[in-house]
Design a protein around this ligand. Sequence first.
Ligand code: PEP
Length: 263
Amino acid sequence: MRTRLVVGNWKMNFTEAEATAAVQSFIKMVSAKSTVDVVVCPPATCIHSVRELVKDTHVKVGAQDVFWEDAGAFTGRISPRMLDDAGVTHCIVGHSETRGRFGKLEVPASTVSTFVETNETINLKLKALLFHALIPILCVGETTEERKEGFTEAVIREQLAGALAGIDASELYFFVVAYEPVWAIGTGNTCEPEEAGRVCRFVSSVLAELLDADVAENIRVLYGGSVRAANAGDLFQQDGIDGGLVGGASLDPLEFSRIVMSA
Ligand code: PEP
């Protein structure tokens, strides 16, 4: 059985003082559950302090996004080399919010086109992370319309194939994929556990086709989309789900600890 993994995505939340308070209140409980791998992904401004707070525990620090070049004239971007230097071990790539595919639109619709991410940029980011031995957490998932039209599997297959183009299976031993239906992110509409398990198993089967069955066997597939302490147990019990990518609920230290306990 693959080791369970719970990843907290704090998104654009928490000042340094708030991040410190959150870690201080969950770290004791979460670090006691050493059989579950745990990664927290704070905003870049808090990476340093969070890393200091978790350094004597098994909890790791991840980033929420990355650029693919090591250095250069790319105002506002953060490189994998910088993340490595900051002590980051994991990085989310291709989150639906960076792809401009929002479950719950909280920005003016006219600005959505500024959130641009393509399979090609995701592929460049994955290659750059792997070059620096950072572990990518690749997000894939369909919108409500795509699901209604029966395109869930086709969308996921295309996202995986595009992201992994030209990457050798041997580089992907620690790779993580999160199945995140866009319609479930930040909406409170969790995917039914059986359906989430079915799609996560589908993700593993596509990875086996695209890569190699032995490598795919080791790749953890998480479910993400309105995971809460109340539904985590049912989701994590499903065959094919190796843990969760948790957004909103990871901001509440007690809720996040309970989710880790359920894994
Ligand atoms: C996420 O941001 O990846 C996520 C799953 O968010 P939420 O848990 O808030 O739906």
